[in-house]
Design a binder for this molecule. Structure first.
Ligand SMILES: Nc1ncnc2c1ncn2[C@@H]1O[C@H](COP(=O)(O)OP(=O)(O)OP(=O)(O)O)[C@@H](O)[C@H]1O
Ligand SMILES: [Mg+2]
Length: 263
């Protein structure tokens, strides 16, 4: 989809230009180019091992590109940017801290007073339905509850950019649907930019304003689709003809790459 002329005047938040990443002989990313604007919810959809996590790690400065340019907010990524929320596939909660203290962790890293952020942390936990579990230990929570805590932690400092690497991959389908709904509401209310990695076509379509499809390794973008679906998504959107057409297009990409073959 072509951007409106005025939209082109606003510089994108994230720019990847010809990004290549090698691990020794393994070429993980091959001249990948992608621009992401402020406020977009972009899913990176692609097969296992195609370089999605590698791209995200480079984006947050946990790894470096071999070639190419990667900027966030106009700055070359060198160190992990401060104003960033990160949620990974495994929730990385600290087992020796209770739920509230886990959510407050970014305050310490940012050198802020925890006490000042306690009301905010509580509000976030209430928002995701964990108001009764402020002082529970992580070990006493289900996988979906733990992932909610991880999302609250990522949102504590209101980062303008939230990066999520298959955050719901390990959850059952019902919990995943609920967290998709919750995350989408949070995005609608807060308007941050989200980059979301997933293998799931329905998840990518339900959540995103745009889906970028990765090729198998070496990763590059083979399809980039702006989704013309209502901004306020309800689960029923999955039963609409528009959603089905988009899902067919995504499946077509994977069939063309030889990754799925219909019976
Ligand atoms: N630190 C590393 N050292 C060597 N090779 C690596 C390293 N990290 C990733 N790779 C390789 O780079 C390729 C891309 O890996 P990556 O983890 O980015 O894939 P992915 O798309 O996130 O896969 P998945 O969906 O399974 O998480 C793989 O072939 C992997 O073996
Ligand atoms: Mg990965």
């Amino acid at each position: 989809m072509l951007a409106a002329p005025e939209a082109r005047l606003v510089p994108p938040l994230i720019v990847a230009e010809g990004v290549t990443k090698r691990f020794g002989d393994v070429l993980a990313l091959d001249r990948l180019s992608l621009e992401i604007g402020r406020g977009e919810f972009v899913s990176l959809l692609g097969p296992s091992g195609c370089g999605k996590s590698t791209f995200l790690r480079c984006l947050v400065g946990l790894d470096h590109t071999t070639e190419g340019v990667l900027t966030v907010g106009g700055q070359r990524v060198t160190d992990p940017p401060k104003e960033l929320g990160l949620v990974l596939q495994r929730d990385a909660l600290l087992e020796w801290l209770d739920v509230l203290d886990n959510v407050l962790l970014p305050a310490e890293f940012a050198g802020l007073r925890r006490a000042a952020l306690r009301p905010k942390a509580k509000e976030l936990l209430h928002m995701v339905g964990l108001g009764e579990f402020l002082h529970a230990w992580p070990a006493a929570l289900s996988g979906g509850m733990r992932q909610r805590v991880a999302i609250c932690r990522a949102l504590l400092l209101d980062p303008p950019l939230l990066l999520m690497d298959e955050p719901f991959g390990a959850l059952d389908a019902l919990t995943r649907d609920q967290l998709n709904i919750d995350l989408h509401r949070i995005w609608r209310e807060r308007g941050m930019t989200v980059v979301f990695v997933t293998h799931s076509i329905p998840e990518a379509l339900f959540l995103s304003t745009r889906v970028a499809v990765f090729s198998p390794r070496p990763g590059r973008i083979v399809d980039d689709v702006a989704l013309d679906l209502p901004r306020h998504r309800r689960l029923a959107v999955k039963e609409t003809p528009e959603f089905a057409a988009l899902a067919r297009r995504m499946r077509g990409n994977f069939e063309a790459m030889g990754l799925i073959r219909d019976a």
